[in-house]
Design a protein around this ligand. Structure first.
Ligand code: SF4
Length: 158
């Protein structure tokens, strides 16, 4: 059974987001995979050593900064490295990550101005996973993720 790396805030069970809010994914396929024990939850920011709650941070340039200008790039990079290690150790087929996050964003991130604006781009962990050859989907892309899983498992059994 192929594993899937997932953002821990989507997996649920403990608060990991910067604001302490819980936003578990309720998609029926996601819940089925969870019940099967396929999902490997990871919160790169917590793995990087950041607390819950923590100041909101956004990508700017190549780094990540809080609204007060604190450079938190090193913690985000450490978390990205650990998430990649977990993806490799679990031989994850791909990852499903929380859209818009400075770590997990798949296609969009906040624009660095802290005014709610979003721009095309990836979070640091998503970027690292893709660079290492791990495909990433957002929580809005469960259907294409399921199609990929099916084709990978068919290949394996055939
Ligand atoms: S770093 Fe990723 S897993 Fe952790 S709270 Fe943010 S979006 Fe969720």
């Amino acid at each position: 059974m192929r594993k899937i790396l997932v953002s821990e805030c989507l997996y649920g069970g403990r608060p990991v987001r910067y604001d302490g809010a819980e936003i578990p994914c309720r998609d029926s396929l996601f819940l089925k995979w969870k019940a099967e024990g396929r999902l490997v939850p990871v919160c790169p920011e917590v793995l990087g050593g950041l607390p819950v709650p923590r100041p909101e941070a956004q990508r700017a340039g190549g780094g990540v900064f809080t609204k007060d200008g604190e450079d938190v790039t090193a913690a985000f990079e450490k978390g990205a490295e650990k998430a990649l290690r977990l993806a490799r150790e679990s031989d994850a087929a791909f990852a499903i990550l929380k859209e818009g996050s400075p770590s997990c964003g798949v296609a969009t991130v906040h624009d660095g101005a802290f005014t709610g604006g979003k721009i095309p781009g990836r979070g640091l962990t998503a970027e690292r996973l893709v660079a290492a050859g791990c495909e990433v989907f957002s929580e809005k892309e469960i259907s294409p993720a399921a199609a990929l899983l099916e084709s990978l498992e068919n290949k394996q059994s055939g």
